[in-house]
Design a protein around this ligand. Structure first.
Ligand code: SAM
Length: 430
């Protein structure tokens, strides 16, 4: 395909479609989309037609920062009359809808590393931002369903299952939100890779992580490649989760993933009747022994991966009033499997401090290096939880500016860049 005439023609049609999108020229766009894909990108800027349609609304006197979506305007420029601005936004909405109908991809990155949704968020264009989030949810749900169909198709052949497992370990499987098979860099899943936005990182694949040497610091736990496994800044989040899950003393608690032992320490303050901990990493287990966790009141330590431990607990009929899940280097699919298949057998429907049913919580960090990814993921997880039989309440907890506090120094990747954490607490529906 080294034909210069062909390349010129391709470039011309790319520029035409980008221009039509930027001008919100629906007629021209419809025409062009007959023969051209909605998924072209400008070689220099990396803009897709979606980027162009949104960026066209950027006022000349760019409003700063991200007061944005919660601010007083919908991307309104001070000089521009509101009515004119409204018309422009309506035209952009129509343009974006047409592009999405023609298969435009919600999370392509431009040369600045922004998705179309990132631009809409930055410019405070709420309506346009929501269109991007909804498109993301649709796309990721579709991918997740396709993955399920593939699994159904594979059922019955052990060989195939083995191959699937190998593929997953190697990170070649492409699935739902967070399931590029790449990293779940840091704290479980919060990464660009999680949203299919960046190249993978083998160090944060589960098997590699579990065989790596860990480094325990006073305020952080890092793996061999300096990925943050757990950091002390999360203590506020752990404490609030523990308070909501275990409001009174004498309850039965299960925690999956000990890490720095922050939440387990808080659970201990609640004097649980039973306190089970599942932990898979040998270095964490060694440290737990050194710190006397096996002798603490009510504590039962299960050494191994939850995937291998939970079936035994279910078989024994162990039931809990509260379950917390916070692992590392696992995909969203693992969390979904846990709440869909494991929690149901472990959480007491007549348990809890009031006998109205036990509660389930988890670290909600996937996609947290990008607001639009976090918003897409949160909608998906809420839907999946509902489908699995749970009502979920999200409490918003502000997160301090971790950059200015130097939290990321020496950490390979920032897994959290957002201002707010959505803390989930789940109960059985009904
Ligand atoms: C983010 S840390 C947990 C932090 C903990 N919530 C705290 O308060 O300190 C994740 C932990 O999950 C463990 N882990 C990872 N995969 C696991 C698995 N499949 N089964 C059990 N534990 C796992 C890791 O070794 C690590 O100790």
């Amino acid at each position: 395909m080294d034909d210069p005439a062909f390349e010129l023609e391709t470039d011309l049609s790319t520029q035409s479609i980008l221009l039509a999108a930027a001008n919100h020229d629906i007629t021209a766009l419809r025409d062009l989309l007959r023969n051209t894909s909605a998924n072209v990108q400008d070689l220099e800027t990396g803009f897709t037609p979606l980027h162009a349609a949104i960026a066209a609304l950027e006022p000349d006197d760019k409003p700063s920062g991200d007061e944005k979506l919660n601010g007083h305007t919908n991307g309104e420029s001070p000089e521009e009359p509101a009515a004119e601005r409204k018309e422009e936004i309506e035209a952009a909405v129509k343009t974006m809808k047409l592009l999405f109908q023609n298969g435009a991809i919600w999370n392509d990155l431009d040369a600045q590393g922004e998705t179309p949704g990132c631009i809409a968020y930055r410019l405070g264009l709420r309506e346009l931002y929501e269109l991007c989030v909804d498109a993301g949810v649709r796309a990721e749900l579709l991918l997740s369903r396709m993955d399920e169909y593939q699994l159904l198709g594979d059922a019955g052949s052990d060989d195939d299952e083995d191959e699937d497992e190998e593929e997953e370990e190697e990170g070649e499987e492409v699935v739902v939100v967070g399931e590029t098979g790449d990293i779940m860099a840091e704290e479980d899943m919060a990464t660009s890779e999680a949203m299919g936005l960046a190249p993978g990182d083998e160090s944060t694949q589960s098997a590699n992580y579990l065989s790596s040497t860990l480094k325990f610091d006073r305020d952080r736990l890092l793996d061999e490649s300096d990925n943050g496994v757990m950091m002390a800044w999360e203590t506020t989040l752990m404490r609030r989760s523990a308070e909501l899950l275990v409001p009174t003393e004498g309850l039965r608690v299960l925690n999956v993933g000990h890490g720095m032992g922050i939440i387990d320490g808080i659970f201990q303050e609640k004097k649980p009747k039973a306190h089970h901990i599942i932990e898979a990493h040998p270095d964490v287990l060694k440290r737990m022994k050194e710190q006397g966790w096996h002798e603490k009141p009510g504590v039962v330590v299960h050494e191994g991966r939850w995937q291998d431990i939970v079936p035994g607990l279910v078989e024994k009929g162990d039931l809990f009033d509260a379950i917390y899940f916070d692992t590392f280097a696992e995909e969203y699919k693992a969390l979904r499997e846990f709440f869909t298949e494991s929690v149901i057998g472990l959480l007491d429907p007549a348990g809890g401090s009031d006998g109205e049913g036990g509660k389930f919580g988890f670290f909600n960090g996937m996609g947290a290096d990008r607001q639009v990814a976090y918003d897409v993921y949160n909608k998906i997880v809420e839907m999946d939880l509902f489908e699995a039989g749970f009502d979920t309440e999200f409490e918003t907890i502000p997160v301090p500016d971790l950059d200015s506090e130097g939290e990321w120094e020496g950490v390979r990747r920032k897994y959290w860049v957002l201002k707010d954490y959505k803390l989930p607490t789940c109960t059985f529906i009904g």
